[in-house]
Each structure stands twice: as structure tokens, then as C-alpha cells.
Write a protein that binds this ligand. Sequence first.
Ligand SMILES: [Ca+2]
Length: 138
Amino acid sequence: MSNINRVRNGGFEQSTPPSVAPFWTGSAGAVTETGGSQLLEDNNALLPVGDSIEQPLLPLQLLQIYKFEAAFDTSALTGTIDIEISGHSVRKFQGLNVTGLYTFYNFTFTATAANVTLKITNNTDSDVRIDAVSVKLA
Ligand SMILES: [Ca+2]
């Protein structure tokens, strides 16, 4: 069986800028961008300070280990990019150390529920750009 991405529209290619839909919902300032700010293909998401995007993941298999991965780009000096997987994981990437151009960041977690929501929040002091979000079996 192929290792499918549990995140749908993880590269924001199905979105019509500036909306983050489909699959993603966002707070008021969260948008999809195009025209050169993306890492892969045509689109990326932009989270201004304090904004977030989230989506219910395709079902996970209990007790399997999954890897979250996404590319981030920010000029932040303080604060964190927070990744929540409802009730199971909260990871904080230090904005200061996510510098300049897009880089991929990841972590693994054990699924303790089948149906979870992934949420990415910009709690840094600068815009955060996001592309190529995935959650796959590790
Ligand atoms: Ca993309």
C-alpha cells in the first residue's frame, strides 16, 4: 500500500488565492499566495503574526508512527511556529532558527487517535510562509 499523505492540499495547489480552502480553514489573515513566493509548484500559504491554518487529517492508524513535515520560510526573531495534532502532539519550532529561505522541518509522533486535526500557528514576530505539508507513515 502506498504511503499516502494524510494532509490534503498540503502544497496549496488546489487553493484559489487568496483562499486557503479546500480542506484547510484559516484564521482571518491566513491566505494562499502565488507568483514567486512558493517553494513547489504554484502556491504557498502565508500566515501573518498570530494566524493559523488547520484541517482534519485523513484517518491515522492507531499506534503507528507518523512523520509531520513542512517547509517554512520566515524572518522571525522571536517566538515559535506551533504544530498541534489534536490532543497528541504540540511541537514548537523556534522562529529565530527558521531563517530566510524555505527549509523542511519535521518530527515524528505516535497516533493515539484515528481522527485528528492538524493546526499550524504562527506565534513568531514575523510572517511565516508554508509549503509542502505532509503527514505520512514514518
Ligand atoms: Ca506549493
